[in-house]
Design a binder for this molecule. Structure first.
Ligand code: PLP
Length: 377
């Protein structure tokens, strides 16, 4: 599914030097290596502030907390994402309100969000938290309009979307504040847990800085209840090396996605969708947006059998995500049930992520498509 050694081999010397420098300077928490990465990241994203932190989950928590989301407020988000998109809202004491997804992009559906906003609100909605799923931005024109019309904070879950763009603006610079993850499988990845918060607001940046260090502005004087959510120096140093290559890696992912499209069409397997009948539905790239292909996700009939068939042939695949969030055991308290979000539920039954990473070879992609053709025929 993912071979990280192919990324490591050509960078070995550079990464070892960067890690060695951290050991020489003993800057283990935040410090110069993280500051250097933050500065380079801000320039790359075109955003005023970037703040390194301990994980994507903590980045979401910090973004929400800095934006003043807490008890007696609600946040609208998607049921089709990684658990942290919703659990972080609960962690700040707020209430997640879910709305269904668009079948073509798997992203939060602005029409469904609008219906929620126009309906009765038990707890006032104060923010929207769209997720840029699989590396493609959620419909930011629509969410900006809704945010403005209803006076809401816009918080991006950009965990899967380093380098993605909407209308020429990079993910991380679209909303009021955004959260990234550098979990090792992400398109920009650390060698452990790490994350980042980005914002153009001086005030929000200042709050994140304070909250990621136990609510301290001045050492050992605690203004608010924060947490330990700092980035460590090794991660900052490694990420700063990889940042130089991410544009080329995203380009290579794009080339690999194009190749999958062509191979599926050549095999006569590509169907128009939005749902598969006999062949597969290929991922849809929204015109005017830039997808970074963090994942290449098809919809397939008999998905679970197909996955077993691929596994038996040593072909990696993954299901992001097999259980929509409203049906997770831990989130039963939200009060949703089977049937609440039919699009998310259907996606959970049909999606299959195929191997995609910058170093993936054409012959490997051909092998994947041949195996899927063999199964479907
Ligand atoms: C959409 C989304 N949000 C949040 C996270 C949480 O990031 P992390 O694993 O770095 O805590 C992830 C990654 O796992 C993710 O994919």
């Amino acid at each position: 599914m993912l071979d990280l050694r192919r990324q490591y081999s050509p960078l070995r010397r550079e990464l070892l030097d960067a890690v060695g420098h951290v050991l020489e300077t003993q800057q283990f928490i935040l410090g110069e290596p993280v500051a250097a990465f933050e500065k380079a990241a801000a320039a790359q994203l075109g955003v005023a502030h970037t703040l390194g932190c301990s994980s994507g989950t903590d980045a979401l928590w910090l973004a929400l907390a800095a934006a003043g989301i807490g008890p007696s407020t609600a946040v609208v988000t998607t049921p089709f994402s990684f658990f942290a998109s919703v659990s972080s809202i609960l962690r700040v004491g707020a209430t997640p309100v879910l709305a269904d997804i668009e079948p073509a992009t798997f992203n939060l559906d602005p029409n469904a969000v609008e219906a929620v906003l126009k309906g009765p609100q038990k707890i006032p909605v104060r923010a929207l938290l769209p997720v840029h799923l699989y590396g493609q931005c959620a419909d930011w024109n629509a969410f900006s309009r809704l945010g403005e019309a209803h006076g809401l904070k816009l918080i991006e879950d950009a965990a899967q979307a380093w380098g993605a763009e909407w209308d020429g603006v990079k993910a991380g610079a679209l909303g009021d504040i955004a959260a990234f993850s550098f979990y090792p499988t992400k398109n920009l990845s650390a060698a452990g847990d790490a994350g980042m918060i980005t914002t153009n607001s001086d005030e929000l940046a200042e709050r994140v800085k304070m909250l990621r260090q136990h609510g301290m502005r001045r050492r050992y004087y605690h203004d608010e209840l924060g947490w330990n959510a700092r980035m460590d120096g090794f991660q900052g140093a490694i990420l700063n090396v990889k940042l130089k290559y991410i544009a080329a890696w995203n380009h290579a992912r794009h080339t690999a996605a194009r190749r999958y499209h062509a191979l599926f069409h050549a095999a006569g397997l590509a169907e128009a969708g939005p749902y598969p009948a006999h062949g597969v539905v290929l991922p849809h790239e929204v015109p005017g947006s830039r997808h970074v292909w963090h994942q290449y996700v098809i919809r397939a009939p008999r998905r679970d059998q197909l996955r077993e068939f691929l596994t038996a042939r040593k072909i990696g695949s993954e299901i992001f995500y097999p259980v929509p969030l409203h049906l997770q055991e831990a989130l039963q308290g939200l009060g949703y049930a089977e049937g609440s979000f039919p699009q998310a539920e259907r996606a959970a039954r049909e999606v299959l992520a195929l191997p995609i990473f910058p170093e993936l070879r054409e012959d490997e992609q051909q092998t994947v498509v041949n195996a899927i053709a063999e199964f479907l025929n």
